[in-house]
Write a protein that binds this ligand. Structure first.
Ligand code: GDP
Ligand code: MG
Length: 318
């Protein structure tokens, strides 16, 4: 799972990654962001391993793409936005640890920069298409009407991610390099104006999590990851297979077939069914077979929805 960090210079993007990875990485080439993979500490995984005693316990991982920031007064250049727009998930990092900058104003600026950039991109695209239609080089299609609708949506200062689209339409916008169709959320670095920022995020329809990358108080890292994953729209599930107990990340709303695909495409291709048990039930019963005896096991077909904390055993013909 890859998450891009986008924010103004000095908001603490590099510090957040350093805090979470325990290592300092800095990229000085604005076009080559530092890419750092971090393990997610997970007390549920530890608890499962204590019961199962596997030879190997594997945490889930997040890869951060630390995109070089710019001063708020300058705004982002197109190249930076392009780097970010290629990522499925983008965290807006807000400086909330010093009085000299207002975190709410900073979020407003970032948010509007994204909206205006997409508006501009669609405007240019529509003008180009219009020209081609006039010249007879393009036949007018529903695509132009659709793009026009997206344009009107952006004019209301809303991210396209909060509109309802079919997957095909979403992919079309992705192919055009539209950024606000991506999954965005907010990471506030520090704790100034938390309540106001919280309110603003709700208005913008963005998840929020909070970290103190360098300051005190000491962060409860488990709680941070829980809030982070929730804000990012991801959940964790677990597998106990052979010698390995392992945590996995998938987007919320994923099916057990998606979970199988996250493990291996072959397992998804041969999918027969999945046995699923919740973390709490598994710990209380002590094993998969005890869960089965007690009727705590759910047998799911391909479309069964994964819940955070599920322990999943996939039966596959491959
Ligand atoms: N007091 C305090 N300073 C921080 C915190 N996070 C970052 N800084 C400082 O803010 C400055 C900018 O941080 P940096 O991570 O380089 O920001 P970036 O430009 O977004 O990557 C550095 O001097 C950091 O030491 C924090 O949580 N508290
Ligand atoms: Mg940096």
């Amino acid at each position: 799972m890859k998450v891009g960090l986008l924010g103004y210079a000095g908001s603490g993007k590099t510090s957040v990654v350093s805090f979470l990875s325990g290592k300092r990485h800095e990229s000085y080439d604005p076009l080559k962001p530092a890419v750092i993979t971090v393990k997610i500490s997970d007390s549920r995984l530890k608890a499962i391993s204590e019961v199962v005693k596997p030879e190997k316990t594997t945490e889930s991982e997040i890869t951060f793409v630390d995109i070089k920031g710019c001063p708020e007064s300058a705004g982002f250049d197109e190249k930076t936005i392009e780097i970010a727009s290629q990522l499925d998930t983008i965290a807006l990092v807000i400086r909330a640890f010093s009085e000299e900058r207002n975190p709410c104003d900073e979020l407003d600026s970032l948010y509007l920069e994204m909206v205006y950039r997409d508006e501009e991109r669609l405007k240019i695209l529509l003008e180009k298409r219009q020209q081609e239609i006039l010249n007879g080089r393009r036949k007018r299609s529903q695509e132009e009407d659709f793009l026009q609708k997206c344009q009107s949506f952006l004019e209301q200062e809303k991210f396209l991610s909060s509109a309802v689209f079919e997957e095909k339409q979403r992919m079309f916008l992705v192919s055009l390099g539209i950024i606000t169709i991506r999954k965005f959320f907010v990471v506030m670095n520090g704790d100034l104006m938390k309540e106001t920022l919280d309110e603003k995020c709700r208005r913008y329809n963005l998840g929020l999590c909070q970290i103190n990358a360098e300051g005190s108080p000491r962060q409860d890292i488990e709680l941070f990851w829980k809030q982070f994953l929730e804000a990012a729209g991801m959940l964790r599930f677990y597998t106990i297979v052979g010698k390995e107990t392992r945590a996995w990340l998938i987007p919320e709303g994923s099916t057990v077939l998606d979970a199988a695909a996250a493990i291996h495409t072959d397992i998804a291709a041969g999918f027969v069914r999945a046995d699923v048990v919740s973390f709490d039930d598994f710990i209380a019963a002590g094993s998969f077979s005890a869960c089965r005896e007690k009727g705590l096991l759910r047998s799911e077909a391909k479309t069964g929805i994964v819940k955070d904390g599920d322990i999943i055993h996939i039966h596959s013909a491959r």
